[in-house]
Design a protein around this ligand. Structure first.
Ligand SMILES: Cc1ncc(COP(=O)(O)O)c(C=O)c1O
Length: 362
């Protein structure tokens, strides 16, 4: 007898991680496939993690008190509105579980980050995918797609993999059309890279009175702690109280809590700001160079750029890889390339520009 697995779980897609240099044939390949930070740990982080290592025989703080306090203070919210987990990837499931039952609908833009789509399918929910328009969320069409079965709408802002954003006015108009008992999940993994002042932020919207908003954020990107696994949700106190019970206790390790707190110190924050400036100016430089090579790169507000090369995305990523640059293909739509250190970006541009000039892409 084989174990009776719930049928809807049999065909779930696996998480697709970016390829690593050890997986490619070229030596010293540049890894621009996972939107990671290219920088070393922020000042003070390694020391705090080492100090915490001495107490690994003890369970970590189950309430992540110190970490939740610094996050809450930074964002001007109450600590009771903050729920921490082992990365935002560990929050999609529990957060959706708060509202989605078998057969319920969750509205997404497509293409977007796949993880919450899969989390919806795991719960037996039905993802409703609304095509991007000009690589941006079509918020009006997403609001139109809401039915009485809809329990959540997910807005990835900036959107992975296209880097595009929703603007303040359209976000508020959209929220005004969504029933107030329907969760609106803003996936804001890249919020720190936003330089456009007209881009709303989930926490701001929550504070403005949209109590059905939840903002998901991470220490993996701007703080450069992808390997440590810390993400958090900021939402209403009521929803946070329920979500807290669904996140496995002790899943944020002592090392993770200590490292994340240290990454928010004034000294670390100052360095983080300098690195963000470098990354966002590199993003503009790379985007301009790609446009000069004839490719219609949409304006990105993340730490990555989107090359809308359509059907040739797998081929382009393969050719870049042969040149020692690992990017991420999303066939049949495009290729996403992370902004790295200036010399890594130069390596990418040197490999990509002749390839892009070979063909004219839409
Ligand atoms: C939009 C988006 N959300 C969430 C995540 C996952 O973040 P974490 O490392 O906190 O699990 C990513 C990772 O690339 C992402 O692109």
């Amino acid at each position: 007898m084989t174990v009776r697995i719930r049928p809807h779980l049999l065909d779930l897609p696996s998480y697709r991680a970016g390829r690593r240099p050890s997986q490619v044939a070229v030596g010293n390949a540049v890894k621009l496939s996972s939107n990671e930070s290219p920088f070393p740990l922020l000042p003070g982080v390694a020391e705090s993690i080492s100090a915490a290592a001495g107490e690994l025989n003890r369970y970590p703080d189950p309430n992540q008190g110190a970490l939740r306090d610094v996050i809450a203070e930074d964002l001007g919210v109450d600590a009771s509105q903050v729920v921490v987990a082992g990365g935002t990837l560990a929050l999609f499931g529990p957060l959706l579980q708060c509202v989605v039952a078998e057969g319920d609908e969750v509205v997404f833009a497509w293409r977007t980050f796949e993880a919450p789509v899969t989390a919806t399918a795991i719960l037996g929910g039905r993802p409703v995918l609304v095509p991007l328009r000009d690589w941006r969320h079509d918020l009006a069409a997403m609001a139109d797609a809401v039915t009485e079965r809809t329990r959540a709408v997910v807005v990835c802002n900036p959107n992975n993999p296209t880097g595009t954003v929703v603007k303040n006015g359209e976000a508020r108009q959209f929220l005004d059309r969504i029933p107030p008992d329907t969760l609106v999940l803003f996936d804001e993994a890249y919020v720190d890279f936003v330089t456009d002042p007209d881009v709303p932020d989930g926490v701001e919207l929550l504070r403005a009175g949209y109590e059905n908003v939840a903002s998901l954020r991470t220490f993996s990107k701007a703080q450069g702690l992808a390997g440590l696994r810390v993400g958090y949700c900021v939402t209403s106190e009521r929803l946070a109280a329920v979500l807290t019970r669904l996140v496995p206790v002790f899943s944020v390790s002592r090392l993770a809590q200590a490292g994340a707190v240290a990454s928010m110190s004034p000294e670390a924050s100052k360095e983080k700001t300098a690195r963000l400036q470098l990354t966002t100016s590199e993003r503009e430089r790379v985007s301009t160079r790609l446009r000069e090579a004839g490719i219609g790169v949409p304006a990105s507000q993340g730490n990555f750029v989107w090359l809308p090369v359509g059907e040739s995305s797998a081929e382009l990523a393969g050719k870049l890889e042969a040149e020692g640059v690992i990017a991420r293909a999303y066939p049949p739509d495009g290729v996403r390339v992370t902004i790295g250190l200036p010399e890594e970006n130069d390596a990418f541009l040197a490999a990509a520009t002749p390839l892009l000039r070979e063909k004219s892409h839409p």
